[in-house]
Ligand binder design. Structure first.
Ligand code: IPM
Ligand code: MN
Length: 326
């Protein structure tokens, strides 16, 4: 059976790394049928299009989406991020952002489960008296029982399937007392249903120290949208570099396609120079295959990426080396 994949190369290095990811997927022998979508900052600058409703509807019929990176310096911050990437996450209900970090040489094997549809990302708030000395800006964090609980449940189920069976809640319960209390109570409730999973709690600032000094302590982390955004850039930096960090924006109920993308951005400074490491995009494609039931092909890709001999050269040389080993 062939999997129907929507492909959004996007901006900067996005299309370069996605070309390598598709090359590697095809080399595994897994059958895919791709549909390309020209979206991102460049498209917006050309004709003002961000994400047409008709495209969103088309996506609902696909098996998965693979995205490179979106955003260009010429477009004001937020336009493409909110209008395309976050809209995708919200409209397709991609409520789990799963970001694994693996660095066997350092003994790091950790997964961050980042809540992906709520928190400070929802766009709650506004501005008053703009441009005056009395200007006010507010930006709230939205945390619903349903939204927090489904994410925490996913994290416990994942931790239970892993060998260490450990889950750490990361938040800032000492300051964000309303949101933090909701997260903590739900975490404790779900923990009671999973007696075999060991648990811990870290404040987000302390978690940053641990991630730098002792990342091996973590198995699975569950956290809110903004903390997860920040922690996963740090995770990437600590475990092999951001060129290796992959992610899956998941709709675990499979009521629509999930979306897979490298954690890194469009890196306009190195776009077109064949310098970008496509491994993060390739590992994101491996997550996609695993989610689509192609666990064997996914494992072969991961093994090839872990072979140091595949990790030097230009973007396409790295892609070729990985493709040759799957
Ligand atoms: C990420 C990115 C996005 C985020 C940006 C581009 C909106 O940093 O996927 O981590 O903040 O979620
Ligand atoms: Mn980020």
């Amino acid at each position: 059976m062939s999997h129907k994949i929507g492909v959004i190369g996007g901006d900067g290095i996005g299309p370069e790394v996605i070309a390598e990811a598709l090359k590697v997927v095809r080399a595994t022998g897994v059958e895919i049928e791709t549909v390309d979508y020209d979206l991102g900052g460049a498209r917006y600058l050309r004709d003002g299009t961000i994400l047409p409703d008709s495209v969103l509807e088309e996506w609902r019929g696909l098996d998965a989406l693979l995205l490179g990176a979106v955003g260009t310096p010429e477009v004001p911050p937020g336009v493409i991020e909110r209008g395309l990437l976050l809209r995708m996450r919200f409209e397709l209900d991609l409520y789990v952002n799963q970001r694994p970090f693996l660095d066997p040489a350092k003994g790091i094997d950790m997964v961050v489960i980042r809540e992906n549809t709520e928190g400070p990302y929802v766009g709650e708030g506004g501005v008053l008296r703009k441009g005056t000395p009395h200007e006010v800006a507010t930006q709230g964090s939205v945390n619903t029982r349903m939204g927090v609980e489904r994410c925490v449940r996913y994290a416990f189920d994942l931790a239970e399937r892993r060998s260490r069976k450990h889950l750490t809640l990361v938040h800032k319960t000492n300051v964000l007392t309303y949101a933090g209390d909701l997260w903590q109570r739900i975490f404790d409730e779900v923990a009671a249903e999973h007696p075999e999973v060991g648990t811990a709690y870290n404040h987000v600032d302390a978690a940053c120290i641990h991630l730098v000094q002792d990342p091996q302590r973590y198995d699975v982390i569950v956290t809110d949208n903004l903390f997860g955004d920040i922690l996963t850039d740090l995770g990437g930096a600590v475990a092999g570099g951001i060129g290796l960090a992959a992610s899956g924006n998941l709709n675990p109920e499979r009521t629509g396609p999930s979306m897979f993308e490298p954690v890194h951005g469009s890196a306009p400074d190195i776009a077109g120079l064949a310098k970008a490491n496509p491994t993060a995009a390739i590992l994101s494609a491996a997550m996609m295959l695993e989610f689509l039931g192609e666990a064997d092909a996914a494992a072969r890709i991961r093994k090839a990426c872990a072979d140091p001999s595949t990790q030097t050269g230009t973007t396409s040389e790295i892609g070729d080396a990985i493709a040759a080993r799957v």
